[in-house]
Ligand binder design. Structure first.
Ligand code: SAM
Length: 280
């Protein structure tokens, strides 16, 4: 249980490691609110990334059919196992989630939906989220605690300073929704930043039709690569399209996009049209 967090850390003499993003939740209400956000049924399987000493894992195990808890730090495994003693439905895997074969984990799902719930380590938030979105389309829902600014970037709409490649990628794969904010006081040690819980519901069908998904993401990356430049210059300078500036301008014109626009003004639909047009 979450109130055990401090005791377990003391008992096992665990030194929390900043470089592994080890800020543990001590507030039981927040744990419950995060788990509620995942709308679990007793037939669902949950992957928890970074269970720590299991403050949230216990609550997940109570509500889901099965929990697969993937923790990188082997020093935490004894405390985690003790905290979960008595639960038959939890599988602990000592591994870096970035090395995990998600398709293998997926085989564990017998009934219900596959969901991911995690109080993420902030040093590696974006790579983890991108891996989950890109590699496993069987995950129906993800609930993450992330740094507040990252949550804002994920839900950002075109035109604002928060809108960027992460917004487009997350919104291509899912519908992101901010659930609630969490104060640094709810963790030990307290992080230097505010946190937000965000829910990503996977899109069953992508919101746009792409001729070449890789080229779409390259176009997005190039467009945001030089935010102060116009879209034409950013695309031209990226050197990946093998087109002259004039040709790029013509493509934009044919799509009704102003040649002086910056990348951050384009919607996902427009990025799709643009990357499709590069292939014609
Ligand atoms: N779930 C616990 C809680 O809410 O109290 C701990 C959350 S803490 C913010 C992040 C956890 O992720 C730590 O336990 C850390 O060791 C683990 N972690 C860090 N990098 C990881 C990785 N690449 N793969 C799996 N776990 C990781």
């Amino acid at each position: 249980m979450a109130e055990n967090t401090r005791n377990l850390i003391q008992k096992y003499n665990v030194r929390l490691t900043k470089s592994l993003g080890q800020n543990f939740l001590t507030d039981n209400n927040i744990v419950k609110k995060i788990v509620d956000t995942a709308e679990l049924t007793d037939s669902d399987t949950v992957i928890e990334i970074g269970p720590g000493v299991g403050s949230m894992t216990v609550e997940l195990a109570r509500q889901a059919k099965k929990v697969i808890a993937v923790e990188i730090d082997k020093r935490l495994i004894p405390a985690l196992s003790e905290n979960l003693d008595g639960f038959q439905n939890v599988q602990i895997i000592n591994m870096d989630i970035m090395d995990a074969d998600l398709k293998e984990l997926q085989k564990e799902v017998q009934t219900g939906e596959l969901k991911v719930v995690a109080n993420l380590p902030y040093y590696i938030t974006t790579p983890i989220i991108m891996k989950l979105l890109e590699e496993d389309d069987s995950i129906s829902l993800m609930v993450f605690m992330v740094q507040k600014e990252v949550a804002q970037r994920m839900v950002a709409r075109p035109g604002g300073k928060d809108y960027g490649a992460l917004s487009v990628a997350v919104q291509y794969y899912s519908k992101p929704e901010i659930a609630f904010d969490v104060s640094p006081h709810c963790f030990i040690p307290q992080p230097d930043v505010d946190s937000t819980v965000i829910k990503l519901k996977r899109n069953e069908t992508p919101p746009v039709k792409l001729l070449d998904k890789k080229l779409f993401f390259k176009t997005v990356k190039a467009s945001f690569g030089q935010r102060r430049k116009t879209l034409v210059n950013a695309l031209y300078n990226s050197g990946i399209f093998h087109k002259t500036k004039e040709e790029i301008k013509e493509i934009l014109m044919s799509l009704g996009i102003d040649e002086n626009i910056r990348g951050e003004a384009l919607s996902i639909d427009q990025f799709a049209e643009l990357s499709n047009a590069f292939l014609k």
